[in-house]
Design a protein around this ligand. Sequence first.
Ligand code: TMP
Length: 219
Amino acid sequence: MSLFVTFEGPDGAGKSTQTGLVAERLRSAGYPVTITREPGGTPLGERIRTVLLEPGECAIVPRAEALLMTAARAQHVVKVIQPALESGAVVLCDRYIDSTLAYQGAGRGLPIDELQELQRFAVSSCVPDLTFLLDMPAEDGLRRREDSGSPLNRLDRDGLAFHQRVQEWYRQAAPGDPERWLVIDALRSPDEIADEIAEEIIRRLRRRGVSAGANRKSE
Ligand code: TMP
């Protein structure tokens, strides 16, 4: 097993930019890397993503939203994440279980313990080794999304109060498990952030005795 790394945070915090920049750094240091994202990551997951994120696609009740996010995840774990980890790759995943707890739990108001039970059913023991919280105020993230010019998805359009509840959940969850969570100030430059994250991942890999170039099977 290599290392399963997830990126979490409010919309617009720069998670997908970071997965790309960090992957470049790890690959040039000689580590095999698989980048993936949720909801999505598999053909089924990408179809579920379209249903979930297209504005005006259909009214989705919170429990259906949680089940769809989690169904995409169950497929993702078996088809992408576990095989990549078994091949020795570092997996960089843009969102995972914590997004369901933050968005459907804190955001939509579904019971966190029931969502956690659902996650155990979906992913069994496939949990992240390391999670980076790209931390910035919810309003800054939403503003970045609006300024980016790309169309806003269904969840981006939920009100600021929804996104603030999500952000608050992340800020409370991270200190509860400091070995897994690392909080990153996402208002700094993308390169500075990527350097810090890549260094931490390499430190963890070395701690596990994984050396660069040990396995080059992955993409
Ligand atoms: P993103 O890929 O651009 O971050 O968009 C995904 C959106 O889906 C984002 O608003 C967070 C939301 N989401 C959930 O609400 N629950 C989940 O479990 C996941 C993975 C994402």
